[in-house]
Design a protein around this ligand. Structure first.
Ligand SMILES: [Zn+2]
Length: 112
C-alpha cells in the first residue's frame, strides 16, 4: 500500500488539496490509521490563523463595511429628507424666521 505524500496530508489539512486528491487521501486514511494520525497531526499543527480565520476576518470586514455603507446611505437619505423638509440649519434660521415673524403675528392670522 502506497502512502500519500506527507505534503498532501499537510495540504489537505490546509484545505489546499484538490477534491479528487482529497478524496483519495481520505479514502486511504480510512484504511490506514498511521496516515490518519499524520493527517490529524497535520491538521492540529495548522495554526488556525492561516486559512479559515483570515477568511472569517475578511468576511466580517466586508459585512462591517456593508453595514457601515448601508447606515451611511440611510443617514444621508434621512439627512436629505430632513433638510428638504426643513431649513438646512434649523438652529440659526428658525430663530431668524421666528424673529421676523414675531413682530407681526397678525400676518399669520390674515393668511389663514
Ligand atoms: Zn498510509
Amino acid at each position: 500500500m502506497s502512502h500519500p505524500d506527507p505534503i498532501d496530508l499537510t495540504n489537505l489539512a490546509q484545505e489546499k488539496l484538490g477534491r479528487k486528491k482529497t478524496q483519495r487521501v481520505l479514502d486511504h486514511c480510512r484504511e490506514c490509521p498511521r496516515c490518519a494520525d499524520q493527517l490529524l497531526e497535520a491538521a492540529r499543527e495548522q495554526p488556525l490563523t492561516t486559512e479559515r480565520p483570515v477568511l472569517g476576518m475578511w468576511n466580517w470586514i466586508s459585512i462591517g463595511l456593508l453595514v457601515v455603507s448601508v447606515l451611511a446611505v440611510v443617514a444621508i437619505l434621512w439627512w436629505v429628507a430632513r433638510s428638504a423638509s426643513r431649513p438646512p440649519s434649523p438652529g440659526i434660521e428658525q430663530s431668524q424666521v421666528g424673529a421676523s415673524r414675531l413682530p407681526s403675528p397678525l400676518d399669520d392670522r390674515q393668511r389663514t
